[in-house]
Design a binder for this molecule. Structure first.
Ligand code: ADP
Ligand code: MG
Length: 259
């Protein structure tokens, strides 16, 4: 299959972007998909969450100090990762001074091949890093907390993607909205989920329930599938993995017209 290039994105923090990126990547790799997970958040801590020690991080490649291939760490079968750390903030500054400031990540990642999935965990901002990821990815998955502010953030995300596509001739599509931090005992969660379903027919994934195991897993450097495979968190992310694989071949990336 052609490589799916997906960013896990929401400008709001704390909506489970990193939790989703990590567990989706882990789950897909366990289903025999070749996955590269890229941490694009200077404070994303994927290295910590999965106990990875990398000699080089994305920062080094973005500055042109090493080829991107040197940043790739293999965590498990089918599961490769490029990590980041705080230094990425410095790269952001450097990138904004470059002539093709929105194309730098794309130039790097376009050379990466051989994966079924390239997943990017994005920072909660609308800075140059996210502009770069929007120029590279075909699909965006938007984790959306099932509350009032989460709902509002999703509306804004829709607007942002539309605007950026128009302004820069990108073709990023929101192909999955992932309701997160769902607590069915709470009225606001139930109501928000209903509204999300009504407003985004066909785009919503299975909701990810509130589950403390998902909070604990990073402490042990494990994905939810390794840490607590019978937990609600593993079940929900397991379903998400299946739903994402079902989309294979059905999402048609819009063709870019290059003048
Ligand atoms: N379904 C869930 N149940 C309980 N805690 C969760 C769940 N999803 C995420 N969390 C916790 O919420 C916090 C924010 O999640 P994180 O993935 O870091 O969000 P983001 O990357 O959007 O900032 C973390 O402490 C994480 O462990
Ligand atoms: Mg994060």
């Amino acid at each position: 299959m052609a490589m799916r290039k997906i960013c896990v994105m929401n400008h709001k923090g704390g909506v489970a972007k990193t939790t989703t990126a990590v567990n989706l990547a882990a789950g897909l790799s366990r289903c025999d998909k070749k996955v590269l997970l890229v941490d694009l958040d200077p404070q994303g801590n994927i290295d910590l969450s999965l106990r990875i020690q990398a000699n080089y991080t994305l920062y080094d490649a973005l500055l042109g100090n090493v080829p991107i291939s040197r940043c790739i760490v293999t965590l498990a079968k089918n599961f490769d990762i490029i990590t980041s750390k705080e230094t990425l903030t410095k790269a952001e500054h450097y990138m904004s001074t470059q002539p093709k400031s929105r194309q730098l990540l794309r130039e790097l990642l376009d050379t990466v091949q051989g994966y079924d999935y390239l997943l990017v965990d994005c920072p909660p901002s609308l800075g140059v890093l996210n502009q770069n990821v929007m120029a590279f990815c075909d699909e965006a998955f938007v984790p959306t907390s099932t509350d009032f502010l989460g709902h509002d953030a999703l509306k804004k995300m829709n607007e942002i993607v539309k605007k950026i596509n128009q302004s820069y001739d990108h073709h990023l599509q929101i192909t999955k909205i992932i309701p997160t931090l769902f607590d069915k005992r709470t009225r606001i969660c139930r109501n928000t989920l209903e509204d999300l379903q009504k407003e985004n027919p066909g785009l919503l994934s299975t909701p990810i329930r509130l589950n403390s195991k998902l909070k604990e897993a990073p402490k042990y450097g494990k994905s939810i599938f390794k840490y607590a495979r019978n937990s609600p968190g593993a079940k929900d992310y397991g379903k998400l993995v299946e739903e994402v694989m079902e989309m294979e071949g059905k999402v048609v990336p819009k063709i870019e017209i290059v003048n």
